[in-house]
Design a binder for this molecule. Structure first.
Ligand SMILES: NC(=O)C1=CN([C@@H]2O[C@H](COP(=O)(O)OP(=O)(O)OC[C@H]3O[C@@H](n4cnc5c(N)ncnc54)[C@H](O)[C@@H]3O)[C@@H](O)[C@H]2O)C=CC1
Ligand SMILES: O=C(O)C(=O)Cc1ccc(O)cc1
Length: 366
């Protein structure tokens, strides 16, 4: 039987979900967005089957409602949906990066027909809007579900089945735990990335050469500072308690580091760096997390015409598909590093062998 799914907010995340679940003949997608161009684009490009200009009627037709809006808007929509006189049960889910404020509002729902299951597909991009939406955005990513108490296992399974086309890996978490963990591995690192950029900008006043020196390491660690600022201020606003706690924690960590330097404690500093390296190296063995990663290889290449094509050709010959490619620290005439991402660990091993056998120097991310 066909399921009717209303997607409210067709930006990067809502648009990507509509694209991937809309591929199944079993799903009929109705779209709503306050941005008229977005709605037209979605309809013209068959990302949705139908659009609507208000949500009341479409919500009553829906079996599932997905809120793909910014967190503050999502909270307003939950309250609005609560007022709709549904005549059948409807699963309502969201995609918000912060879960506790959303689940607090959802727990206050009085409408018996609404079955709320919080959701957070943990993959994204620095881009926003429907034009950046991709059906494969969530492939291999973690998709967190935070069901409310009124939800049964059957309802959770219905939602998982509907979202199956995303090819993500579902985990059920408690909202507060989710916010604490994403605070540590996503929200706080974002704040630090932005702070590092501010620090470099400030130092540029006295050292104008700084941007030219900003090479691989700085670019890697600050990549996320180029993400959508509106989205991130909304995330920090809704998870401010946890992020403030992490700032305090960080200040203590920095003070410990400062002390090691003041005391010239080489042994302690070396052990600190080694422990960080071991933990970071170990992260590579897990599946795709918040930061989308496949299985990476770092290949030394010369900055010359055809260098990348030669690597790509060798892998294509072995039928290995390259999911992502990035050039790190390349300067004219000097060896640069090509970061390649391949889908499986076997592809990573095979790529290593074939490139190694062809004289390339390379390293695997374990
Ligand atoms: N960008 C990312 O990497 C990730 C974002 N998220 C979550 O996804 C949600 C959306 O973020 P993005 O898709 O990145 O943002 P976006 O800016 O690409 O999309 C938001 C969409 O919602 C629409 N919208 C805004 N207010 C609305 C309203 N009142 N009614 C109807 N439509 C409205 C906008 O016109 C836009 O099309 C946020 O809650 C965010 O926390 C979750 C995972 C990753
Ligand atoms: O691009 C990255 O590295 C991200 O961290 C994307 C992202 C942004 C927000 C989320 O709630 C989940 C994932």
């Amino acid at each position: 039987m066909k399921r009717t799914i209303l997607v409210i907010g067709l930006g990067l995340i809502g648009g990507s979900l509509a694209k991937s679940i809309g591929e199944s003949d079993e799903n009929y997608i109705i779209g709503y967005d306050t941005n008229k161009e977005t709605l037209e684009f979605a309809l013209m490009n068959e990302i949705i089957h139908e659009s609507c200009s208000t949500i009341a009627d479409s919500a009553q037709m829906a079996d599932i409602i997905i809120l793909g809006t910014p967190i503050t808007e999502t909270i307003k929509f939950i309250k609005e949906l609560d007022q709709i006189p549904f005549n059948k049960d409807v699963i309502v889910t969201d995609v918000s990066s912060v879960k506790k404020p959303v689940s607090n509002v959802a727990n206050g729902i009085t409408n018996k027909h609404i079955k709320f299951i919080g959701g957070h597909p943990m993959a994204g991009s620095h881009k926003k809007g429907i034009k950046a939406a991709k059906e494969h955005l969530f492939e291999n990513a973690i998709y967190v579900l935070t069901p409310s108490d009124v939800c049964t296992e059957t309802m959770i399974n219905t939602l998982k089945t509907t979202l199956k086309a995303t090819k993500s890996n579902f985990v059920v978490l408690e909202a507060n735990d989710h916010d604490e963990m994403t605070g540590v591995i996503s929200h706080f690192p974002h704040l630090i990335a932005s702070a590092l950029v501010h620090q470099a900008k400030k130092w540029q006043n006295t050292h104008s050469f700084i941007p030219k020196l900003a090479a691989g390491g700085f670019r890697d660690i600050t990549r996320i500072a180029s993400s959508n600022p509106e989205l991130w201020q909304d995330i920090f606003y809704h998870n401010s308690g946890k992020v403030m706690h992490l700032i305090d924690d960080w200040i203590m960590e920095m003070n410990e580091l400062k002390q090691m330097l003041e005391q010239n404690n080489k042994v302690k500093l070396s052990s600190y760096l080694n422990q960080a390296k071991d933990y970071r190296d170990g992260l590579g063995t897990t599946k795709k997390g918040v930061i989308p990663s496949f299985y990476d290889l770092y290949v030394d290449i010369r900055d010359q015409t055809g260098a990348i094509a030669s690597v790509a050709q060798l892998l294509a010959h072995e039928k290995i598909s390259i999911k992502n490619m990035q050039i790190l620290e390349i300067r004219e005439g000097i060896t640069g590093v090509l970061r390649l991402s391949v889908p499986t660990i076997d592809d990573q091993k095979k790529s290593y062998q074939v490139l190694h056998n062809n004289g390339y120097e390379l390293m695997l991310e374990k």
